[in-house]
Design a protein around this ligand. Structure first.
Ligand SMILES: Cc1cc2nc3c(=O)[nH]c(=O)nc-3n(C[C@H](O)[C@H](O)[C@H](O)COP(=O)(O)OP(=O)(O)OC[C@H]3O[C@@H](n4cnc5c(N)ncnc54)[C@H](O)[C@@H]3O)c2cc1C
Length: 297
């Protein structure tokens, strides 16, 4: 039987995970195109907190969360470091009763799945984990010791290595410039140096999807959100303890070298507020993310 030929546009975490999973099937012939380097787009900016437990995803998506965490942990088991796991633990702070309820459910789910997780109300115990934390008004904290963050660019490159080993083709610095169509059916793509025929083309170009979509005559409603992020260097001293992934409902933080990376929680953004969301060409954003003009002196 002839193999199904699948072309993937984009070598971020989405394109590479998809490419790897398709490469497991003998009946599929996979080719992935990345205009830059593997995992160099949004994936390179990610904090990599695919946590066992945090407050960014409602508990009803527990299966998805667990699958994601275990997928990356399996990479680590096969080849240590291949998903860039840093086992810092995750601390989620209960700022009110509703958040506390959700934390307790998340902790119960993580415990039932066999991981070390507990809900702490003793402020001394919480401060033992994160000494610099001001706990005024905090009801308690969910603590998942087995947790941590990953390096998504590393994981993307690992998936590429594995898909290549399964016979898939991966082209970097190769931009898809045109999607070929016959009537309403996509028949292939053209890159900067040649054309390819495919049975199926998958667009995994993330924030570029508005532009790649237009190549197939589609106006896709892709909006970009602005995640204000800061790097803070603790004054006068170097961190001498393991800084966990820290989640408040409206922001999260984790260690990045000697700095603390702090980022607004993505789900708190209001798509109707131009301070939070808009439509941009990702290739034209400034290295800062293009938000400087919104900051007041
Ligand atoms: C500051 C920040 C922090 C984040 N933190 C987290 C986190 O802690 N946990 C979490 O789960 N998520 C986090 N995210 C979200 C996460 O990073 C994204 O959801 C994820 O990386 C999207 O992956 P992607 O493959 O869809 O897109 P991308 O990584 O952007 O990949 C798309 C790729 O397509 C390529 N491409 C585009 N056009 C073409 C073309 N014409 N031809 C060929 N290639 C093309 C691009 O070069 C790019 O490499 C964060 C995001 C940001 C910005």
């Amino acid at each position: 039987m002839a193999k199904k030929k699948v072309g993937i546009i984009g070598g971020g975490i989405v394109g590479t995970v998809l490419g790897y999973n398709l490469s497991l099937y003998d009946s599929v012939d996979v080719t992935l195109f990345e205009k830059d380097q593997i995992g160099s787009g949004t994936t390179a900016k990610s904090a990599g907190t695919v946590c066992l437990f945090d407050d960014s995803l409602p508990n009803k998506f527990w299966d998805v969360r667990l699958y994601g965490f275990q997928t990356y942990m399996n990479l680590e088991k096969e080849d240590k470091g291949s998903a860039g796991f840093d086992n810092t633990g995750t601390l989620v702070l209960a700022t009110d009763k509703k958040v506390e309820e959700s934390i307790k459910t998340g902790i119960a789910l993580a415990t039932a799945a066999g991981y070390k997780a507990e809900y702490l109300t003793d402020h001394d115990k919480i401060n033992k984990i994160l000494p610099d934390l001001n706990l005024n008004g905090i009801l308690g904290a969910g603590w998942t010791r087995d947790d941590g963050y990953f390096d998504p660019t590393m994981a993307s490159n690992t998936f590429v290595k594995k898909m290549r080993a399964n016979g898939a083709k991966v082209f970097t610095t190769t931009k898809v410039e045109k999607i070929n169509m016959h009537g309403n059916k996509v028949t292939g793509i053209e890159t900067n140096n040649r054309s390819y025929n495919f049975d199926v083309v998958v667009d995994a170009s993330g924030p570029w999807t508005r532009f790649t979509g237009r190549m197939a005559g589609l106006e896709l409603p892709i909006w970009h959100t602005k995640a204000e992020a800061f790097f803070l260097t603790p004054p006068k001293k170097k961190l001498d303890y393991i800084f966990p992934v820290l989640k408040y409902p409206r922001f999260y933080a984790r260690r990045e070298g000697d700095n603390i990376f702090i980022c607004k929680a993505h789900l708190t953004m209001d798509l109707n507020d131009p301070m939070h969301a808009g439509i941009w060409d990702p290739d034209k954003l400034q290295p800062t993310g293009g938000t400087d003009e919104y900051f007041l002196e």
